[in-house]
Design a binder for this molecule. Structure first.
Ligand code: ATP
Ligand code: MG
Length: 240
């Protein structure tokens, strides 16, 4: 099972989930230093996917920080444990730092405040920073330009080698505003729940991974199973 490599002499540093089936659909993993956008509606799998990548990165020796609007540290640990992703030791060792945040309370200052916290984390030599999710920073304001600035500043953070993953409910934003955000990102993953014959399935579409053209456009079906996590499943419209 391939794991991400963190050593500086490694030929290709990637962020990967450690789940070989999933990683192969991501071209072996997302190049380190990427700004990654994970889009999807509620229940589509944004948190589970980012948690898989978080655990894979920690197993590969990376240091990570998670900003979560959805969990306390305790509920995150038990949620991840329920899908066989134990993070407790990484928390104890300081390899993982978790910050529960309430962006909606910050109003117009939400994205700027979050960015400041992310910059502080980057100075602590983090390899991976995850924001799950950014949606509540958007819903209370009509002016979306601070969000584009947030993405651009996150991209500048990535230039130092840190990878940044941002999850977002895309339907919270007008589609003409989503496109500039998508184009700033190096990798863009879209999660759907859709009809496949008689059944509803979750899908992961690799809309873009810069540096991995071969996987762009591929669609894979997956399931979330208790005690296991994400499992790739065959679907009729799968590509790639
Ligand atoms: N331990 C588990 N056992 C079984 N299913 C699970 C488990 N944990 C999560 N799931 C399922 O995985 C799916 C994806 O959940 P996830 O929390 O990642 O969605 P999300 O896109 O983050 O949703 P939201 O926008 O509401 O945060 C859901 O259907 C959820 O019920
Ligand atoms: Mg979630």
């Amino acid at each position: 099972m391939p794991t991400p490599k963190a050593s500086s002499d490694s030929p290709k540093r990637v962020i990967a989930s450690g789940n070989s089936e999933l990683d192969s659909r991501l071209g072996g993993g997302i190049p380190a230093g990427s700004l990654v956008l994970i889009e999807g509606s509620s229940g589509a799998g944004k948190s589970v996917l980012s948690q898989q990548i978080l655990k894979g990165s920690l197993m590969g020796g990376y240091r990570a920080t998670l900003f979560t609007t959805e969990n306390t540290v305790k509920s995150l640990v038990s949620q991840m444990e329920s899908i066989d992703l134990d993070i407790f030791d990484f928390l104890l060792l300081g390899k993982l730092r978790v910050f529960p945040i309430e962006l909606s309370h910050l109003g117009d200052l939400a994205s700027a405040t979050l960015l400041q916290a992310m910059q502080q984390e980057q100075q602590r030599e983090r390899d991976l920073i995850i924001v799950d999710s950014l949606t509540s920073a958007l819903s209370h304001t009509d002016d979306k330009s601070p969000i584009l600035s947030f993405f651009e500043a996150s991209k500048r953070l990535c230039a130092s080698g840190v990878s940044v993953i941002i999850t977002l409910h895309a339907q919270a934003i007008a589609s003409d505003f989503m496109n500039p955000l998508r184009s700033v990102c190096d990798a863009h993953l879209v999660l759907h729940t859709e009809q496949d014959g008689q059944r509803l399935v979750k899908t992961l579409e690799v809309a873009k991974i810069r540096g991995a053209a071969s996987v762009t456009g591929s669609i894979v079906g997956f399931d979330v199973e208790p005690g296991w996590g994400m499992r790739v499943i065959p679907i009729s419209k799968a590509r790639g």
